[in-house]
Design a binder for this molecule. Sequence first.
Ligand code: UDP
Ligand code: MN
Length: 265
Amino acid sequence: MYVVRTSSRFYRTRLQHVLQTWISLVSQHAYFVTDKLLPSISHDHLILTDEICGQDKHAMDTLCCKTAHDFKLFHRHLTNYDWFCHFDDDQYVNTRKLEEYLSTLDSNRPYYIGRNSWAKALARRKEPFPYSFWFATLGAGVCLSKPLVRLLQPYTQNISQFVNGCLKENYHDDIYLGFLIFGYLNITLTKNNQFHSHLEKDFYNDKQKFLETFNEQITFGFGLPNYYPVFLPNLYESRLDRYRLRSLHCLLNPHIDECQMRIHK
Ligand code: UDP
Ligand code: MN
């Protein structure tokens, strides 16, 4: 299950780019957490946050509230999926690679997968659980196996419980999730460096390395001015492919009809 967190404010600047590309390959399994109805997304694939989360903004309480809605969706679809993944709307997902990777793991075991946000485990001295722990940045994408979603149910059953937990610990949503998973459940992060967010400043800087390895990556962050796959050949006019995601999409999925035309042009 793919859950994408977005905001109506980002429909044109972000969401359209991902709908046109990676989401089109998995649309049946893609769901959205957003503040208002979005054009072109059916009601049963979206959960609205505006009444409960208040004004949509980049703040600890709102984003925790939105993440709590991820779990509402996860619980609703618990019997349909083995893996539950969160992505932000400024990410491209190499869905084939992701599914390939997940299929190498035993989905009957609790798994918490993602990119460690910081180079060091977060040192925690306060009670409860005064132990250091790793957390995965939600901005690079995070996947949980079904058993872990089940184990998290006591802490994610309702929205206010999760939001109050974030506020009480004074942790952002991704840190709070890592804390719940390690502190309460004693499960450690399975780190995957093929997940990327825009916090990695040098990911798009090294042309040769990027061109040699982009095929292997599972997620990519994107944003202007220069955090996007700028070294890829431009298969579309730039005004139609501002972040070069359509080019990336075609290079990763050359079997798509439209891409065959673009690549051989
Ligand atoms: N977001 C949101 N409401 C807001 C601001 C951000 O839902 O008012 C979402 C946004 O769509 C994205 C995530 O939260 O999926 C992170 O936001 P952003 O990428 O703007 O900031 P970052 O924390 O990654 O720098
Ligand atoms: Mn972001």
